[in-house]
Design a protein around this ligand. Sequence first.
Ligand code: NAP
Length: 302
Amino acid sequence: MRDAHTVVFGGTGFLGRAIVRELVEAGRSVRIAARHPQLPEWLEAGDRVEAVACDLRNKQQVVTALEGSGAVINAVSLYVERPRSGLTFEEIHVTGAGQLARLAREAGVTRLVHVSGIGTTDTSPSAYVRARAAGERAVIDALPKAVILRPSVLFGPGDAFLAALMRLAQLPVMPLFGRGNTLLQPVHVADVARASVSLSDMRPLTRRLFELGGPEVLRYRQIVEQVLAHLECRRPLMPMPFAIWRLTAAMLALLPNPPLTRDQVILMQLDTIVSDGVGTFNDLGIVPRTLHDSLPTCLTAP
Ligand SMILES: NC(=O)c1ccc[n+]([C@@H]2O[C@H](COP(=O)([O-])OP(=O)(O)OC[C@H]3O[C@@H](n4cnc5c(N)ncnc54)[C@H](OP(=O)(O)O)[C@@H]3O)[C@@H](O)[C@H]2O)c1
């Protein structure tokens, strides 16, 4: 097992890069699989990392990427659908994820960690969230021993979440999602990466569903206040009805890379915190770091 590759699908993404780093630090042999494969710039002599081109939708490429692998982590993401290119939530999060699990089982892979997200449910008004729920089922149907890992919103150096808040902090007033009362449990990307790596190797495993949130449950407004305080930036907080955010997201949807999507607005209306009765950092012996303590390494003043 230790000599077999751990394949990280989506190993060039925000979470995937952190997982690759964690695997290398654990002395594991890593294969990065993505459509635009890239080796990390921090590699040192002796690090066993390779990168292969692989589109999750392409069965043969997935089979090739899985060759010689012992463990697999699926950190592929799609936040904005591009139906004309065949990039839909269904294709990536359901069909692609399920096919990967089936091919992994056929390849004799001993452990698959499937990264999903907190709050997945079939009844969500968000097509993205519904697809994540269906995807989890497709993975478990294909490989019942798979581990489902649902992180809360991720932060870390170069993230999208704090970067968006920094951009909003340039405005004369700081707009809030609604009154800013939504509860979130932001979690550091490196802590989730550590958990992913631990779960890809851990024997025995008593739980198969993990929800990973940071040590604090915070209202969105409190997160904004922490960021503004760190930036030493005084801004009045402006509650903004969700209807206006929905309208904004609908207009931004015309852009090739919208900075805000309809699904994100829906998610900001719902509390996303760790549920009862699931595996957590505690089960893995990991003490996650707080947002407050991490801000100096995640944000630089504008
Ligand atoms: N970021 C968060 O706050 C957050 C919160 C909760 C859960 N998550 C979950 O964490 C996982 C990783 O998210 P992320 O934010 O790190 O995503 P990301 O930065 O957008 O990275 C996505 C990765 O997936 C690869 N990818 C995309 N389409 C692909 C395809 N068709 N075939 C193969 N690879 C493909 C990308 O590389 P190429 O484009 O080169 O293919 C990239 O490596 C996702 O499951 C996401 O839902 C993220």
